[in-house]
Design a protein around this ligand. Structure first.
Ligand SMILES: [Zn+2]
Length: 452
């Protein structure tokens, strides 16, 4: 998976630099930016195959001049004027661009979307074809329009800027440099392409809407766990104690908008309504916790933490003292074993990426429920690990109260009477030498205790 992908791309791909998290995020102690340096990423396109923009055969940047946001009757492609396309350095790579320049923003937008697509195509094991392929061959990326918003639409992503507290445009916060926002929006495209949309107008698509937002977050979280600086930060600040249900707030320095922070939620179904972003939280939490449990399972297998510590962190701790003791246990285990913890986390990340890719590949968008996602995920785990993680998946979803809906036919009991099998039951209950031969319908063969 991604570990091998990155080894291969290091030889074949084109280099860019991007910031793992927005530059304006500061450390809590005020000592400077949280991620001061952009990290080198390598996209899957060979330098000789790169096009102006930057661009390639799947997407391209156009830095439009004087452009208003697309609307219903104003759609791509952009036919107005644009700034000159960003050029690579003499070696064909783009990692020499000054982070203070406009070209850096344009190149970052391309590299982010391309990198996230590379990561997810690797998990899917094939090309993810655009859902807009009937109209456009390539995704149009517009980095810096004069707008205090951003949007993704049919065939395009166009991004403006954040807002200052007084409501005016904040040019220091271009959305196109926000890895999480771009990755989340691309996540919606992945779901459109791989799951599709509900066909029936009678389908209220409540869980479908929650799933879409959750998928956007998960696509971003898994992708952001490919930045070494972010993984190191996460492990350093938590010492590997990542489980979210114990309510610890260990990623405080990441702003509220950060996708990783969204994963650290403890919401259950009874606490959220139908609004898609709220509804996405229990699903995202269940799936993120599945990754964390798989990570912990690997730590136990490698004797990096004890089974007892794992048990204590998984079962809801009763007091603040318990939480402090669990954290102390993780801290003691982590120190001196940093590289091994990181390796286990990256393995768990790649398991989750594959699990989601197989799950989404086999999901019907019609009348979708979270329970159907849970079952698709169990099937995916059987395919990937022979069902080794089924108990983890079940317990993570159960804690979030993701169960069959009460009206589901799946939870309806079938009695012998309702199945019309009373006479057969009577026969089966008699000792063999007293049984009266009766004419039984063929289906009586299928009586089982489970059905009574
Ligand atoms: Zn979204």
């Amino acid at each position: 998976m991604s570990l091998e992908l990155d080894r291969r791309l290091a030889r074949e791909g084109t280099r860019f630099r991007i910031f793992p998290q927005p530059r304006f995020l500061r450390k809590d102690d005020g000592s400077g930016p949280l991620f001061p340096e952009p990290e080198v990423v390598v996209v899957s396109v060979d330098p000789t195959a790169m096009r102006a923009g930057p661009g390639d055969d799947r997407m391209f940047v156009v830095d439009a001049v004087g452009k208003l946001p697309y609307k219903d009757f104003f759609r791509p492609p952009w036919r107005g004027s644009s700034r000159p396309p960003v050029q690579p350095g003499a070696d064909g790579h783009f990692d020499q661009i000054d982070p203070a320049s406009r070209e850096f923003s344009a190149a970052t937008m391309y590299a982010t979307v391309r990198r996230v697509l590379d990561i997810w195509e690797d998990y899917f094991g094939r090309t993810i074809q655009w859902h807009f392929e009937s109209d456009f061959e390539r995704l149009e990326l517009i980095p810096l329009i004069e707008w205090d918003n951003a949007q993704s639409g049919y065939g395009f992503l166009e991004f403006g800027f954040g807002r200052k507290p007084n409501g005016t445009i904040d040019h220091a916060r271009p959305y196109c440099e926000n890895f999480d926002v771009l990755a989340h929006e691309l996540g919606h495209s992945v779901i459109f392409a791989e799951v599709g949309v509900p066909a029936s107008p009678l389908d209220e698509a409540v869980d479908y809407g929650g799933m879409h937002e959750s998928a956007g977050d998960l696509v971003a979280i898994v992708a952001s766990l490919h930045f070494h600086s972010l993984v190191d930060y996460l492990l350093e600040s938590t010492k590997g104690n990542l489980l979210t249900i114990n309510g610890l707030d260990r990623v405080g320095e990441l702003s509220d908008s950060s996708e990783i922070r969204i994963a650290f939620n403890n919401k259950r179904m009874s606490e959220v309504g139908d609004e898609p972003h709220r509804r996405s939280l229990p699903l995202t939490g269940a799936i993120f916790d599945t990754m964390v449990e798989v990570f912990q399972q690997d730590l136990v297998a490698k004797k990096l933490i004890s089974e007892e510590l794992r048990e204590r962190s998984t079962n809801l701790p009763g007091s603040a003292l318990d939480l402090a003791e669990i954290q102390a246990g993780f801290t003691a285990a982590y120190l001196g074993n940093e590289a091994a913890f990181k390796e286990s986390l990256l393995l768990a990340r790649d398991y989750l990426g594959r699990l989601l890719a197989v799950t989404w590949s086999n999901l019907s968008p019609d009348f979708l429920t979270y329970h159907a996602i849970l079952r698709a995920m169990l099937r995916a785990d059987r395919e990937l690990s022979g069902g080794a993680n089924a108990a983890i998946i079940r317990s993570c979803f159960a804690w979030r109260e993701i169960t069959p809906v009460p009206t589901s036919l799946l939870v309806r009991n079938h009695t012998v009477a309702s199945c019309g099998l009373e006479s057969a039951d009577f026969v089966a209950a008699q000792p063999a030498d007293q049984q009266i031969p009766v004419q039984r319908p063929e289906r009586a063969t299928f009586i089982s205790p489970r059905m009574i």
